[in-house]
Design a protein around this ligand. Sequence first.
Ligand SMILES: Cc1ncc(COP(=O)(O)O)c(C=O)c1O
Length: 378
Amino acid sequence: MNPLLGKLQPYPFEKLRALIAGNTPPAHLRAINLQIGEPKHPTPALVKQALAAGLDGLASYPLTAGTPELRQAIAGWLERRYGIPRPDPEKQVLPVNGTREALFAFAQTVLDPTRDARVVCPNPFYQIYEGAALLAGATPVYGAPQSWAGVQLVYACSPANPSGRVMRLDEWRELFSLADRHGFAIASDECYSEIYFEQAPLGALEAAHRLGRGYDRLVVFSSLSKRSNAPGMRSGFVAGDAALIKQFLLYRTYHGSAMSLAVQAASVAAWNDEAHVRENRRLYAEKFRTVLPMVRAPLRTEMPEGGFYLWVRTPIDDAEFARRLHAQYNVLVLPGSFLARSVRGVNPGANHVRLALVAPLDECVEATRRIMEFAASL
Ligand SMILES: Cc1ncc(COP(=O)(O)O)c(C=O)c1O
């Protein structure tokens, strides 16, 4: 057995299941789940129709590189969305089966474990970054490292899960200059880029373009899961450094991660349409506008810049908060400490819970009402 498997941490949702295992929540309150970031708005009809119309594609093996139509649709979307020159669809763009598998596989492609590789992740973070590093034989580093020696890959997440924070141009400038100095690759996870409330979040390719830098050592990861409410379609892309993407394509050919032609056809329709994405944003904005003013002391939160999470400060230990909230009010939220690792004795997710505002508006409102009643009783 691969001994590295033993290094993997339990997933946050497994920890949550164990935390609430002894609870018997009141039966008269219907269960409301805000713990998982699974989009729940309907998948747009145009995407479903394109999928159905593409079903003949099931009769063929797809190429790992994807169809020219899909790569062109993605390149065109990147150009329109970020105001960058259209990336070369042949060399700078590659479809992937959702960002999760791609974020994982990218580490297996770029890391050289014979040289004591280190991988920098944000903290709190999406746990796939850590697992990808560990299974590639590397050591994860949580948050900004004290030394960049041995760092081969940096994961960035903007808008961030869970805080919704968007990286600024200055932060990109600094990260690019570190990458150029120390030779590491940057994997920019932008799967929440299309859920925002005021300003469209800055993307890493856009930042590189604005800084006149080019895409050396930079690859961005984007997805239809959140943008187009199609998490079950498993469709996304990577774009950026042509040399990295060439090696990634080679890895993926062996890994066997080509996208079904039917899903590729549906993805073309999704990337070419923005009306459904605007409507999706409107639905999230309505929820945030309604729920945010309900959150008061002793809890504390603010409007995220992007994404669909509320990152809420709790007056007591976050795991205890989540456990008792579930036991007394039948509402599930994710303890922030499950999304982070302690560094020098401090867990930056502690005393926070993450609320995914994915349920319909009335459920989000009802959950927030119960959460405030519980918080007032503390
Ligand atoms: C930060 C982050 N990255 C990536 C993903 C994976 O999304 P997908 O594989 O559906 O594109 C998620 C899913 O929740 C996420 O929260």
